[in-house]
Design a protein around this ligand. Structure first.
Ligand SMILES: Cc1cc2nc3c(=O)[nH]c(=O)nc-3n(C[C@H](O)[C@H](O)[C@H](O)COP(=O)(O)OP(=O)(O)OC[C@H]3O[C@@H](n4cnc5c(N)ncnc54)[C@H](O)[C@@H]3O)c2cc1C
Length: 401
């Protein structure tokens, strides 16, 4: 019998398993991707903007120094522009009295640090490659069907944690309903080399098709999220290298100089807005994208998932029974409105900025001008950096090294 069985070994599920590695609980983690076991994580060269609150969590579970050494780049400044309009907003780390607003970390660095740590955790069993194919919620335990190459076995656990992403099989299976919104957008992800130093500045330019984001990386490289209309994505993927570089150059901030494409191929993701109507059922809960999915526009998806993990870790360290109703209710109480608030604000921004209606353009300009006022800017940055709840989640739990 497991105490905690985590389904999904992505950024969020693996973060929880690592956070519980010195807990009294017997933990299992189920993941179908066999390449994770072989240490292969990075085929799409995706990067994530990691907010200050998430850095605090990585520090509290003793993994931040390793990630920093393996390739986390500090963001000192974020410059936001609205198409070709003159108003520019500049968010700076010094405005918040911190060294960095956050860090840009290749997902490959985060996942390889997490999985290396998991492999040496004595209370964590990695069940991989394997997929959860059935579930039955019960009074004293949950029965979970896990299918591997050799067949299917049934595992029991006191708490089942679904970290199986936005298409969550478990969420559907236990009958949790979701609210969803779709966008006519596709996010093309790629990496480039630039000629001039980026000085640790990230750029976000809103355009009618969606955002064009440039994130600073080591070795004078940048991660790029290039949002296009869904109908245009096939055309973009078929462009030859020279045309892609020319299109990027047209969109890139001029101070960064000449752009050269590094990604061997372009990949894309279809953004979606999704929120589960409830996060918990009997001895069962949702974390990360399984509970809430948002457009990558504000770089918040994984950061919210890490806040779920930090909150749950704290509750589990204090619990007598990991699946007790009090643990589940408290988790939902603490996480539901924070997640819904952030993903709703992201949805509002996406709709406001990705259209050309004259009155939306006026609201945008007024809104961006308001962001210059310290009274508006500082609370906004405080919220986006996760400062309003991250420290409280990392207290009262033993720090790990
Ligand atoms: C282009 C792009 C850019 C982004 N940039 C940022 C950013 O800058 N900052 C940020 O905070 N967020 C960002 N995000 C969002 C972030 O990537 C996600 O929120 C995050 O990856 C969610 O992690 P997760 O572990 O919840 O889900 P996933 O990463 O989807 O992991 C789910 C895991 O569950 C496994 N699984 C699925 N079904 C089963 C099953 N039946 N049994 C067992 N395992 C199963 C899958 O194999 C997978 O490994 C971005 C997203 C995109 C698309």
């Amino acid at each position: 019998m497991f105490d905690v069985l985590i389904v999904g070994g992505g950024l969020v599920g693996a973060a929880l398993a690592c956070g519980l590695r010195h807990s009294p609980w017997r933990v299992g983690i189920v993941e179908p991707r066999s390449e994770y076991l072989q240490g292969n994580f990075g085929s799409d060269m995706r990067t994530s903007a990691v907010a200050w609150g998430s850095v605090l969590y990585w520090q509290s579970i003793g993994l931040w120094q390793e990630m920093l050494a393996a390739g986390a780049t500090p963001m000192h400044k974020i410059i936001i522009t609205d198409g070709d309009a003159p108003t520019t907003v500049c968010l700076e780390a010094k405005d918040m009295g911190v060294d960095a607003l956050g860090y840009v970390v290749p997902n490959q660095v985060t996942l390889s640090t997490l999985w290396r740590t998991l492999r040496s955790a004595s209370n964590v069993e990695i069940i991989c490659p394997a997929r959860v194919t059935g579930v039955e919620l019960g009074e004293a335990a949950v029965q979970v069907a896990v299918t591997r190459e050799g067949g299917t076995e049934v595992l029991s656990t006191k708490l089942l944690v679904a970290a199986d992403g936005k298409h969550s099989f478990l969420r559907e299976k236990v009958g949790i309903k979701t609210d969803r919104r779709y966008y006519d957008q596709a996010c093309v992800v790629l990496r480039v080399q630039i000629a001039n130093p980026h000085h640790n500045v990230a750029y976000e330019r809103f355009r009618s098709t969606g955002t064009f984001a440039v994130l600073p990386l080591g070795d004078n490289q940048c991660g790029v999220v290039w949002t296009v209309k869904q109908t245009a994505v096939d055309e973009v993927l078929q462009l030859d290298r020279e045309t892609i570089e020319a299109e990027l150059q047209r969109r890139f901030p001029p101070p960064l100089g000449k752009v050269s494409l590094l990604s061997p191929h372009l990949t894309y993701y279809t953004p979606q807005w999704l929120h589960a109507q409830q996060y918990v059922k009997h001895r069962f809960l949702l974390i990360g994208d399984a509970a809430h999915t948002t457009s990558p526009l504000a770089g918040q998806g994984m950061n919210l998932g890490i806040r779920d993990v930090a909150c749950l870790r704290q509750l589990l360290y204090q619990a007598k029974d990991p699946g007790a109703p009090t643990v589940l209710q408290e988790y939902e109480r603490q996480r539901y409105w924070d997640n819904l608030g952030v993903i709703s604000l992201t949805d509002f921004s996406n709709r406001l900025f990705s259209n050309e209606l004259w009155w939306c353009q006026v609201i945008r300009q007024v809104g961006l001008n308001f962001l210059h006022l310290p009274l508006v800017k500082q609370p906004f940055m405080y919220f986006m950096m996760g400062m309003h709840c991250a420290p409280q989640y990392c207290e009262k739990v033993p720090a790990l090294s």
